[in-house]
Design a protein around this ligand. Structure first.
Ligand code: HEM
Length: 141
């Protein structure tokens, strides 16, 4: 069964998102810094202009946050991303590293301002997204 988030976690993320979104460029930039540190080879997969790529990543985060309480939309966003990223050859290990990279990016940029509860809520949301994006495991759907 798909992992669910409790209402309080969604509320914490959505309520604070305008503050987080104000830092979207830095968060995106730190995400890719961390990702390429953890997966140096991944850099070769990217052909988009770095500024454009960071913008698309930030827009995706906003879409994900908006869809937290719309399960059908959340699922379809995750599935679209799963399709594109399967074409790029991203595997389960890559998604684990991406989750770490995004959590670290949030800590770097807004760590002084974010509560442990909001950070934990973000971890839950990121894991939920990356588990939809990752190739399906045979025992679970
Ligand atoms: C939290 C996880 C991730 C998110 C939210 C994310 C988000 C995005 C977005 C929004 C795009 C542009 C739209 C698209 O092509 O679908 C994109 C493209 C891409 N992503 Fe990801 N991504 C994630 C993880 C990863 C990982 C782990 C890798 C590789 C190791 C990766 C490699 C790529 C590549 C190669 C592209 C295409 C870039 C290009 O054409 O230059 N992504 N990603």
């Amino acid at each position: 069964m798909e992992r669910q988030m409790d209402q309080e976690a969604k509320r914490l993320i959505q309520e604070n998102f305008s503050k987080r979104f104000a830092c979207k460029s830095q968060i995106s930039a730190r995400f890719y810094d961390h990702l390429f540190e953890l997966m140096p080879d991944a850099k070769n997969l990217f052909t988009n202009d770095a500024v454009v790529q960071k913008e698309m990543f930030a827009t995706m985060l906003a879409t994900v946050v908006r869809s937290l309480d719309k399960p059908e939309l959340f699922k379809s966003v995750g599935q679209k991303m799963a399709e594109s990223h399967a074409r790029y050859g991203v595997d389960t290990r890559g998604y684990g590293l991406a989750s770490t990279a995004l959590e670290n990016a949030l800590c770097d940029v807004v760590g002084d301002d974010i509560s442990p509860e909001e950070l934990a809520a973000w971890k839950g949301a990121i894991d939920r997204l990356t588990s939809l994006m990752a190739p399906p495991k045979s025992e679970d759907t």
